[in-house]
Design a binder for this molecule. Structure first.
Ligand code: SF4
Ligand code: SF4
Length: 356
């Protein structure tokens, strides 16, 4: 049976207020309040954008969801996880301060910002799933403790997966550090000799004892390394490098399976919103000011994370000849993540679009 995707159309260059209005419209039209019972902890997943990124999700859309959750007598909080790469969001303290600077503070959105994976990205729960690559996945702990989820995504192109939208926001965005490392395949980090100051932090933190001092720098024994990413997080000198150029098919399938780990068992308590405004070639993790790739489209809402991403691609194709993923990275196919997500039971690519 096809899923319904609710669509509030917006003009190009729409204001934050119009985005908030569109967000509320799709929430109401879909009846998303049915996901929320009085007293529920409601996690609102956002992406606040890296430093210097100006095209990320507007806080007004997040605030609109907060207001809707409060009207249902739920207890909303904005949430995120630490990144693997070095930046403004690689631990909880930096991330929360940065979120505040980007307009996601309590005074601005009306809800606290609580990291789902703890101070250093290693607070997690292992969730059993029926995947093709995994029998279980490591998900940020608080996201599984929350009663209901509102996933607010800002679709963009992506250099490794062609599309970064709802599925990626779920699968990568809500995995713990270890879960993220697993998705990024079997690549192991290495120490850049010229940057290492032999401070010993990574040696102290490595859970496998894989790091030692060797020839004036830290040295990673790749046989012992389990790819947890702790050394990346704790090195304050940018001396730990990770090879991000991994296999796109593997990565997209892993994203879909981790997304399944986020929502499995509480499918009725999840609502997905894609804010199709200021869409760019690269994702919001890029710490740079990007140019908008295509005109704004509007807001989508659905109970199906596969259908909403399919509709995102189709609507952008309809208006621009090629879809957002193709316009961004033609050498990659974003269909892999959608097909795999459908195969493992996350949702369906068949949908009806209902304009609201
Ligand atoms: S990735 Fe984890 S196991 Fe591997 S060296 Fe770094 S801290 Fe140790
Ligand atoms: S934490 Fe960084 S600087 Fe310190 S020893 Fe490890 S790699 Fe070198």
């Amino acid at each position: 049976m096809p899923s319904t995707v609710y669509f509030a159309s917006l003009n190009d260059g729409c204001s934050p207020e119009e985005q908030a209005e569109g967000t509320k419209k799709v929430f109401d039209a879909a009846g998303a309040q049915k996901c929320i019972s009085p007293g529920d902890f409601v996690a609102i997943k956002v992406h606040v954008g890296e430093k210097k990124n100006t095209t990320h999700l507007d806080p007004a859309a997040a605030r609109a969801v907060v207001e809707k959750v409060k009207a249902c007598k739920g207890l909303p909080f904005l949430t995120e996880t630490s990144t693997l790469y070095k930046g403004e969001r690689d631990n909880a303290v930096k991330h929360i301060i940065h979120a505040y600077r980007h307009g996601f503070g309590f005074e601005q959105v009306g809800a606290p910002f609580i990291m789902a994976d703890g101070l250093a990205g290693n607070s997690e729960i292992e969730v059993p799933i029926a995947g093709e690559l995994n029998h279980s996945v490591k998900i940020a702990r608080e996201i599984r403790v929350a009663d209901a989820l509102m996933i607010v995504s800002h679709p963009t192109g992506h250099m490794s997966t062609a599309l970064g939208a709802c599925l990626k926001n779920l699968g990568m965005g809500l995995a713990s550090r270890m879960g993220k490392m697993r998705q990024h395949s079997s690549m192991k980090p290495r120490v850049l000799l010229e940057k290492c100051r032999i401070c010993g932090k990574c040696i102290e933190w490595c859970p496998e004892g894989s790091i030692s001092r060797k020839e004036g720098a830290a040295y990673i024994d790749t046989e012992k390394c389990i790819g947890c990413g702790e050394c990346l997080a704790v090195c304050r000198f940018g001396a730990v490098e990770y090879n991000w150029g991994q296999d796109s098919e593997f990565l997209q399938k892993q994203i879909a399976e981790h997304a399944l780990g986020v929502i499995t068992g509480r499918e009725e308590k999840c609502f997905f919103i894609n804010v199709m405004v200021n869409m760019t070639k690269d994702c919001d993790c890029q710490g740079k000011n990007q140019k908008k790739l295509i005109p704004d489209v509007g807001i989508l809402g659905a109970f199906d994370p596969v259908a909403i991403d399919r509709a995102t691609l189709d609507l952008t194709a309809e208006r621009n000849g090629r879809n957002l993923a193709e316009l961004s990275y033609r050498r990659l196919s974003s269909d892999i993540q959608l097909r795999h997500a459908e195969k493992i039971g996350l949702g369906t690519m068949e949908y009806k679009l209902k304009e609201v």
